[in-house]
Design a protein around this ligand. Structure first.
Ligand code: NAD
Ligand code: ZN
Length: 260
């Protein structure tokens, strides 16, 4: 990544932003990779550990809930240890920077809750959250489950199996969240696409929606993706390195813009 590309990108964003502008950030597993949470694809991804990947199938949860929970507990242990990365913090700083005037919406495929932990307020979780639970039988929400579970699977007072509120393979994104995400992509003046391989629908379609509506689209990913050729700026970089630099540059430019 060259310094001048970063500067050009920050300037292009600042130029785009006006009183009615909305900034949308689409994030994927790569954003959380630097916290120690594995991605699906790429080096060290979960696709290399098929037994962990099974924890993401609705079919296994239904057929063998105990086995499913044994695998899922390993992911819960990882989740209990991770904290937001500098990339998450930079996005929270960006929301604070824009807040008095403009709107920032995060659309995430991640289920780790790290955007909220970093302080972002407007987060659309396309695949739900592994930090919330509900009963598969009566639907009751269970906001808290102890880290160490004596019995697997955990059960509701009604006897039903409790599960996390995540969208598993074989399930679909809830319609309401999807509609909100789609509308945000349509309204976006600027869209940042960070740490997603864009292999999973429907999230993979959102950058095309933004491009169609003439948004300034910027990608940050150490590897190329189907978006890389179409994005106005495509940085081969790690999110925790580039996002803090970009937000710092923007801070100065937006201050100047608002003062003038
Ligand atoms: P993916 O695993 O398919 O792709 C990850 C992408 O991130 C790759 O393109 C990779 O090059 C990039 N990447 C790796 N390190 C990066 C870094 N430091 N900075 C920027 N980019 C980096 O991820 P996906 O597109 O989000 O799709 C995977 C699905 O897996 C999603 O549906 C998501 O729900 C689920 N998932 C979530 C988590 C999580 O919540 N943290 C973790 C694994 C998988
Ligand atoms: Zn119940």
């Amino acid at each position: 990544m060259s310094e001048s590309q970063l500067e050009l990108c920050a300037r292009a964003i600042a130029e785009r932003l006006g009183p009615e502008s909305a900034v949308v950030v689409l994030t994927g597993a790569g954003l959380s990779a630097e916290t120690g949470l594995p991605t699906f694809r790429g080096a060290g991804g979960l696709l290399n550990a098929p037994e962990l990947l099974e924890a993401f199938t609705a079919d296994l949860l239904q057929r063998a809930p105990r086995l499913w929970w044994e695998v899922f507990q390993r992911l819960r242990e990882l989740l209990s240890e991770v904290r937001p990365s500098p990339a998450h913090i930079a996005l929270s700083d960006l929301e604070a920077l824009l807040r008095p005037h403009l709107r920032l919406v995060i659309i995430t495929q991640n289920v780790d809750g790290l955007h909220q932990a970093a302080g972002n307020r407007r987060v659309l979780e396309l695949h739900g959250s592994a930090r919330r639970y509900y009963c598969t039988c009566c639907g009751r929400a269970h906001s808290f489950l102890p880290e160490h579970l004596v019995e697997l699977p955990p059960r509701c007072a009604c006897g039903g199996v409790i599960r996390p509120a995540v969208v598993l393979f074989g399930e679909v994104t809830p319609e309401e969240v999807w509609q909100e995400a789609y509308a945000a992509a349509q309204r976006a003046s600027v869209m940042l696409v960070v740490g997603t391989s864009l292999q999973v629908e429907p999230a993979a379609s959102l950058p095309a929606v933004a491009l169609y509506n003439r948004a300034l689209v910027i990608e940050i990913n150490p590897e190329t993706t189907p978006l890389s050729g179409a994005a106005r700026f495509s940085f081969r970089a790690f999110a925790s390195h580039l996002l803090p630099l970009l937000v710092e540059r923007l801070r100065g430019l937006l201050r100047q813009k608002m003062a003038s």
